[in-house]
Design a binder for this molecule. Structure first.
Ligand code: 14H
Length: 253
């Protein structure tokens, strides 16, 4: 799909394209910044550690809106041998999705807004004795340089948006989500020559943040049980997948 790029005119009347801004660019910017601020906030009042497994810690805050469970969730993890860029690459790229996702029936890209931002339409597996859920969201990948010396932060944000190619067809129910994967790469005992960095020297510190509204009433206990089981399962499977995929490949910094 072609999206609107902005053009600037040169003195001799030619059009040159400047950094194209798509229709959701401001939205993307706002949500990315919110996540960067939110992820740094202290985990204190109201957050319960609901699962701990090796270096993975899953926290949740119990919140309901009009009787619907919308518990915010934060997972912190540390993965040996991969970079933040690699984690985000495999999380964002469409081509790998069905290899690690176990909660989907299907996924497709319905629009590309720019090189780093696409709109997905996904059909979720029916996990409750209720209507099937679908989702339609923009998905954006970004690299943020903090300083010359430090490795950059990589992040992916998935954020619900309506789309003419994805109308809601009852009895199907739409999930409303705001999800971020935020990664930092740590290099332990860095060798003098950066070219000598081995996978055993690297580690990815990951934060996964999810605000998901089931889009309709589901018994609270059911949602909470499914979430408590499925989020750790997802992260375990996804991170093993990335380790497996990158093992014999050059490190993607
Ligand atoms: O983040 C995950 N998957 C991505 C890529 O497929 C999509 C996700 C998303 C979900 C929903 C809407 C839009 C986007 O970001 C991994 C998700 C793992 C989910 C585990 C299942 C938890 C179920 C909790 C119940 C929530 C209430 C419905």
């Amino acid at each position: 799909t072609i999206n609107e790029a902005t053009f600037a005119a040169t003195s001799n009347g030619e059009n040159i394209s400047v950094k194209g801004k798509h229709r959701l660019a401001n939205d993307v910017e706002r949500v990315v910044q919110e996540h960067l601020t939110y992820v740094r906030e202290e985990m204190c009042d109201g957050w319960d550690l609901i699962h701990e497994e090796g270096k993975m810690k899953v926290y949740r805050r119990e919140v309901e809106e009009n009787g619907i469970v919308v518990d915010p969730l934060k997972i912190f993890h540390s993965i040996q041998g991969v970079t933040g860029h690699e984690i985000c690459h495999y999380f964002w790229e469409y081509q790998y999705r069905m290899e690690w996702e176990t909660t989907l029936d299907s996924t497709k890209i319905i629009e590309a807004l720019d090189q780093d931002t696409v709109i997905f339409f996904q059909m979720h597996k029916r996990v409750w004795p209720t209507a099937q859920r679908d989702s339609c969201f923009w998905s954006h990948i970004r690299c943020i340089s903090n300083s010359e010396e430090d490795q950059p932060t990589w992040l992916v944000v998935n954020y619900t948006t309506p789309h003419p190619l994805a109308p809601i067809k009852p009895p199907q129910v739409r999930l409303i989500a705001n999800v971020a994967m935020i990664c930092e790469t740590i290099i332990n005992e860095p060798p003098l020559n950066p070219k000598d960095i081995k996978r055993e020297n690297i580690q990815c510190k990951l934060a996964y943040v999810a605000f998901v509204n089931p889009g309709g009433w589901v018994p609270s206990a059911a949602v909470r049980n499914v979430a408590k089981r499925e989020y750790p399962r997802f992260l375990r499977r996804f991170t093993s997948y990335v380790i497996e995929q990158t093992r014999d490949k050059p490190i993607l910094f």
